[in-house]
Design a protein around this ligand. Structure first.
Ligand code: HMH
Length: 209
């Protein structure tokens, strides 16, 4: 039997928890997050999403036609998300032409590597990146204003439904994948969890940037 996305979560429950619960999110939930910490996350997540959009396009290029609808929907949502980030950065007077922090650089390098992996590995990693965000923001919902809008973006039922579609597509690809690709998908899933944890932590390591 091939490995499935839900099995990956169950097998690595502790790492999953660490990637989806963090004092940063708790600070957004209660409103105690510092302005500089939130600003750091906001600008760096925009820079992340720029590269994530490139990954989405590269996953689409490797996908079977039956998977196009879901991935094209994702790309359209990313267009809106990039402009939404620019609006929020503008409101806060944040510059987005800033250097990436180490955590962001590492995550972007990972995505560039994933784009060159076999499709089942790409589909699993792509699902994982969206799934952790969905769960992380959901776990800390509802949030106080102005963070409630952020919680709704990734914690909403609509985003959850998109993640479910991605999960089904990844499971389908994994189901037909050779054992070595399944093993690689599991290793990259764990890498996503680690990169997420470090990304949350970044906001605390570099406040005010
Ligand atoms: C760090 N992981 C990170 N940022 C995001 N915006 C997502 C996942 C979901 O797109």
């Amino acid at each position: 039997m091939a490995v499935s996305c839900n099995q990956l979560i169950a097998r690595h429950a502790t790492a999953w928890e660490e990637a989806t619960r963090h004092p940063f999110l708790e600070g957004c939930r209660t409103g105690t997050i510092k302005y500089g910490q939130f600003a750091t996350w906001l600008a760096q997540d925009y820079l992340f999403v720029v590269e994530f959009t490139r990954l989405a396009a590269r996953v689409l290029a490797a996908a079977p036609i039956e998977h196009f609808d879901v991935l094209l929907g994702g790309l359209t949502a990313l267009r809106d998300e990039l402009s939404w980030f620019r609006t929020h950065a503008g409101e806060r007077g944040l510059r987005l032409t800033i250097p990436r922090q180490v955590a962001c650089v590492q995550y972007c390098r990972f995505m560039d590597r994933i784009a060159q992996a076999p499709y089942p590995v790409q589909a699993t990693a792509f699902w994982a990146i969206e799934a952790v965000y969905n769960h992380a923001w959901q776990n800390a919902s509802p949030m106080v204003s102005p963070y409630d809008e952020f919680a709704r973006r990734w914690g909403s039922a609509g985003f959850g439904a998109y993640v479910e579609h991605l999960r089904r597509q990844a499971d389908e690809a994994l189901g037909a994948a050779p054992g070595a690709e399944q093993a690689q998908a599991e290793a990259e899933f764990l890498e996503v969890l680690k990169l997420e944890r470090v990304f949350w932590q970044m906001a605390f390591a570099c406040p005010g940037t």
